[in-house]
Design a protein around this ligand. Structure first.
Ligand SMILES: [Zn+2]
Length: 269
């Protein structure tokens, strides 16, 4: 079984939306034009360019089975802020039901600063969610979901046991800024993809968590940490606090009823 390596005559810009393969789950990681550098965490313009690709006669699919042809695309860009190289691998297959995956090849670990005011166990879960992001967006998303539940229970004072109801409590109370409230259910939804086997209603394929989604969960937690630990609101000025400026995980647009993050992602990175 052979394979061939093809260099791109000229680097091709990554224009991956995943739309034709995963129509209901456009990759938030690259669909936009912004991402977070996995080296320095600064938001940068996504300028990933394909430098070469490896074409194989067959390729095992992430969910099992084999495609008649598989392609590994190799993308690279240099962060304009820190100057370090980012390398992304993307695996595509034109003949399957549309499975595609992409992951950060370098760096293998992303680093995201955590404010000193954030205590354990929230800090510990957050750091762990970052550390596994490159290898398992699914594990990262599950940790973020757990972290969200803990923060809402301990800091927002929610009484419900179910995360959905906790989020509804917080939203109906009006005690959190609207841009944070919009992201809470998205974290829960993405975490559900991590915790349960969910199949696409279109293709029947198992829907995995994409790196950009897992990273965006961390962005939402950033905002929550900022709100509850770094600049906690005064109880008596709850209404005022709900309108104050705070870090935002990005613009939120509807994605099949799920608030969709602007990919200040990184992706996978
Ligand atoms: Zn950088």
């Amino acid at each position: 079984m052979g394979c061939r390596i093809e260099d791109a005559a000229e680097p091709q810009k990554l224009d991956y939306t995943g739309g034709s393969r995963l129509p209901k789950r456009q990759s938030p990681c690259y669909a936009g034009r912004a991402m977070k550098c996995p080296h320095c965490s600064v938001a940068i313009h996504s300028g990933l360019q394909r430098h070469s690709q490896i074409v194989e006669a067959s390729l095992g699919l992430p969910g099992g089975g084999t495609s008649y042809e598989g392609v590994w695309n190799i993308y690279q860009q240099r962060c304009p802020e820190c100057g370090q190289t980012i390398i992304l691998l993307e695996r595509t297959t034109p003949y399957s039901t549309g499975r595609v995956e992409s992951f950060m090849a370098y760096p293998r670990r992303c680093t995201r600063p955590v404010p000193a005011e954030v205590p354990d166990p929230y800090r510990q879960d957050y750091v762990e969610a970052c550390s596994v992001l490159g290898d398992s967006p699914k594990a990262s998303a599950a940790l973020s979901r757990r972290n969200l539940q803990a923060v809402l229970r301990d800091k927002a004072g929610t009484k419900s046991k179910d995360l959905f109801d906790q989020i509804e409590e917080v939203i109906s109370s009006g005690r959190v800024p609207s841009h944070i409230a919009e992201g809470l259910h998205a974290v829960r939804n993405i975490g559900n993809f991590a915790a349960h086997t969910i199949k696409s209603t279109t293709t029947g394929a198992i829907v995995d968590v994409e790196p950009g989604e897992a990273e965006w969960n961390l962005d939402v937690l950033d905002s929550l940490f900022d709100f509850y630990f770094v600049s906690p609101p005064f109880p008596q000025s709850a209404k005022q606090s709900s309108t104050r400026s705070s870090r935002t995980p990005g613009s939120l647009r509807s994605r099949n009823g799920i608030p969709r993050p602007l990919p200040l992602i990184p992706l996978p990175f």
